[in-house]
Design a protein around this ligand. Sequence first.
Ligand SMILES: O=C(O)CCC(=O)C(=O)O
Length: 280
Amino acid sequence: MTHIPNHGRWEALLAEPFAITDANIEDFRENGFVHLRGVLPRELLEAYRQPFAEIVSRESRHHAPMDERDAYSQSFTQIMNIWTRYEIVRSFILNRRTAQIATALLGTRGVRLWHDQALFKEAGGGKTAWHADQFFWPLSSDLSVTAWIPLQDTPVEYGALQFAAGSHRVDHGRHHAIDDRGDQAISASLEAAGVEVVKESFSLGDISFHSGWTFHRAEPNPSAIDRAAVTMIYIDEDMRIAEPANRFQAHDQKTWAPGCAVGDRIASDINPVLYSTDWD
Ligand SMILES: O=C(O)CCC(=O)C(=O)O
């Protein structure tokens, strides 16, 4: 595995707070997402891109040519809970800086990790269909937020994440998984409701945070390089397991909160508290 130059320096920086403003917090609560600029230095993300790329290449099961894959496998290669297997990226994923931002946005006492994901939209990969993440998770409240961290400059045309502003308040279409039927249905209902779709390119260092019920999507990646992104999903430190509402939620209860029953606080060994206001 590639060595990370200046690893100690980056680890120290990842533990430092980011100056989030009241306007950022209002923006997140009003729109269900916020695009923060310059959260991490370019050099840090450049240093981590290669190790994440090596992990994805080692663990990917997508070996078929793009045109022989189903739509979901064309969207991205998804490798999850990397922090439990790869020491080299652990302090990046468990970092205090983005966990503290998540806590401020949610307005909670603190946050735990639900899980991480590397999401690599391969060169020539397809679109990410419209969806809302919390459909997949058996959570007792809507206090969840995903940090989406691209590992290169990412123009809209090459798969930057797009958000339907204010759609965390739109109930219609929440029952869809990530597929073409859901994509069409959600797209039509957002258009009918006059919801604005925010499409912005990301510079290296920008991070977006979206709420569990915010609808989002991304364009295909027609470029010659993979669109690499890493996400960390944070939940309220006091979140509990809700009765699973579908088979995905039943699966995720077992996988991301092992040993936690319905009604239990989500506090398994793989849901560490990553930031708590109690620590200050
Ligand atoms: O990276 C992508 O294309 C999709 C990301 C996503 O859906 C998410 O982070 O919730």
